[in-house]
Design a protein around this ligand. Structure first.
Ligand code: HEM
Length: 143
């Protein structure tokens, strides 16, 4: 009994730690720009996919979507989910984003949080990785 209860508590705690870190990142006006700079350097094949992108609009949508990613573990596993529309947009039926690109996307997110969150630590990093893992897996699974 105590094992799952501790696990569930741990997931809630991790979500709060990651969310607080995300709020600190959002206080940095350069956060999303820094994220894309890192992502395009780490994953050059991603860059041409954003050739026609209006980054002012994209940044608003992505800022919101990172927030959704961070609450995803808390949501009921029913469809449609809070990520259904975003996953459909990235699937082979639309943007056609291969699942392999989610790895570098995640590493860029963590690296950028590391640069922008003044309270970043290995515990904050673990909280991020744990919290966004289900949403990332969901996106890849819907490809
Ligand atoms: C969990 C990870 C991801 C999240 C939460 C996310 C979120 C979003 C959101 C909210 C949009 C805007 C959708 C719209 O226009 O309605 C978007 C667009 C886009 N995303 Fe992602 N994304 C993720 C991963 C990726 C990855 C790995 C790539 C790889 C290159 C990618 C490439 C794109 C592209 C090309 C667009 C379209 C930009 C445009 O409209 O010009 N995304 N993403």
């Amino acid at each position: 009994m105590s094992q799952p209860a501790r696990g569930a508590f741990g997931a809630q705690a991790a979500m709060q730690v990651a969310k607080a870190s995300y709020d600190r990142c959002c206080a940095d006006a350069g956060f999303l720009r820094a994220f894309y700079d890192d992502f395009f350097a780490r994953c050059p094949e991603a860059k041409p996919r954003f050739a026609g992108t209006d980054f002012e609009r994209q940044n608003k949508l992505l800022r919101h979507a990172f927030g959704i990613l961070l609450i995803f573990p808390n949501q009921a596993r029913t469809e449609p989910s809070v990520l259904t529309r975003v996953a459909e947009r990235h699937s082979r039926r639309d943007l056609d984003i291969p699942p392999a690109l989610y790895g570098p996307f995640l590493e860029s997110l963590i690296a950028t949080v590391g640069r922008c969150d003044p309270e970043f630590s290995s515990a904050v990093e673990r909280a991020w990785r744990e919290t966004v893992a289900p949403g990332m897996a969901y996106m890849r699974a819907k490809y």
